[in-house]
Design a protein around this ligand. Structure first.
Ligand SMILES: NC(=O)c1ccc[n+]([C@@H]2O[C@H](COP(=O)([O-])OP(=O)(O)OC[C@H]3O[C@@H](n4cnc5c(N)ncnc54)[C@H](O)[C@@H]3O)[C@@H](O)[C@H]2O)c1
Length: 321
């Protein structure tokens, strides 16, 4: 089996590629535009690390570049596409909405068009928990109404709706994954946890705690995400539909409590600058994972403290602390 993973230099794309290569015989073609939204060095290091595996090949390609993308499909038999390439960052979507329209919406359409031309039958793609907006009904279920409150979330909603149409029109099967605050080794420096670790080991880096620490997030450890995704990749049942799943641990935690756990492990105590709710931020996420569990059979999720320990261990090694 040969899998094309877009966004392979990204946090989830890298970890997933790594996991699948270790746990199966599948070959992976990774592509990424290596954009500079956050450290390019980190993205290149991820690619360097994963390229040690001979079953992995990498192309520095933007999914908006039809010609280059098509060449990859033409020269390689692709059995499955996993689209993780996207402009991420809820707050960044206030500054640069066009990046989200281009990479997340147009990019998705371009990829699907080419996948269809080369007769790929199955697409797994990233959506997001932010699609639910400020819902008050918890745990959030896939069947409830969604209400995006920023362009990032809207781009994911459009992906889901487009996948619905494409599945019927093109006879392709889609699986959309609404990820909830994924954390872990090789994590994203623009997200809460890595930002806090940065300040923990370098007190000159100011740490701002939004909404005075009252945000609640359904933290989901990257290894659990990879395990679930592996099941979806090798799933035999391939109905022609667009099925959406929450990918979450169903264990919401207040940020301030995560900070206390991190401090306990690092033995550091950086100064915290508390500030109010930021525009575009959702106050709470807490998903139901019943639907994905009944499909994947996954029962246990990594305890937050265990996931934090692994993350911090990686952080110290990678950043030399
Ligand atoms: N990490 C999370 O907690 C989380 C939560 C919800 C949804 N998601 C979604 O999961 C997916 C992966 O997220 P991540 O955390 O790994 O983000 P990431 O930013 O680390 O990875 C995305 C990668 O896509 C690449 N990229 C962006 N535009 C591209 C384009 N046009 N062509 C090719 N490559 C492009 C970037 O360079 C980056 O390496 C994204 O779609 C994201 O929106 C992530």
């Amino acid at each position: 089996m040969q899998i094309l993973i877009t966004g392979a230099a990204g946090f989830i794309g890298f970890n997933l590629s790594n996991y699948i290569l270790r746990k199966s015989n599948a070959k992976i073609i990774g592509i990424d535009s290596l954009n500079s939204y956050y450290s390019k060095k980190l993205k290149k290091d991820r690619i360097k690390e994963i390229s040690k595996n001979k079953k992995f090949s990498f192309f520095h390609v933007n999914i908006l570049n039809k010609k280059k993308l098509e060449k990859i499909f033409k020269n390689n038999k692709i059995d499955l596409v996993i689209n993780l390439a996207a402009q991420a960052g809820v707050r960044y979507s206030l500054e640069k909405p066009n990046e989200f329209v281009n990479n997340n919406i147009q990019g998705f359409f371009t990829l699907i068009e080419i996948a269809k031309k080369y007769k790929v039958k199955k697409i797994i793609y990233a959506s997001s928990s932010s699609i639910y907006g400020d819902s008050k009904k918890f745990p959030l279920k896939e069947s409830q109404n969604v209400k995006p409150k920023n362009i990032y979330a809207l781009s994911k909603k459009i992906n889901e709706e487009a996948a619905d149409v494409f599945s019927k029109q093109y006879n392709m099967s889609f699986i959309g994954l609404r990820f909830f605050t994924v954390y872990g080794q090789w994590g994203r420096p623009d997200m809460f946890m890595m930002k806090y670790l940065t300040s923990s080991y370098d007190y000159s880096k100011k740490f701002y705690l939004n909404n005075f620490g009252n945000h609640t997030r359904d933290f989901t450890y990257i290894d659990d995400v990879c395990k679930i995704m592996k099941k979806l990749i090798f799933l035999k049942k391939n109905k022609i539909e667009n099925e959406i799943y929450n990918i979450c641990s169903n264990k919401p935690v207040k940020l301030i409590s995560v900070i206390n756990d991190i401090n306990e492990i690092t033995k550091q105590k950086p100064k915290i600058f508390k500030r109010g709710l930021q525009k575009a931020d959702v106050v709470k996420t807490h998903g139901s994972n019943k639907k994905i569990l009944s499909l994947s059979g996954q029962q246990k999720f990594t305890e937050l403290k265990k996931g934090l320990k692994n993350t911090i261990q990686w952080y110290k090694k990678y950043y030399n602390y």
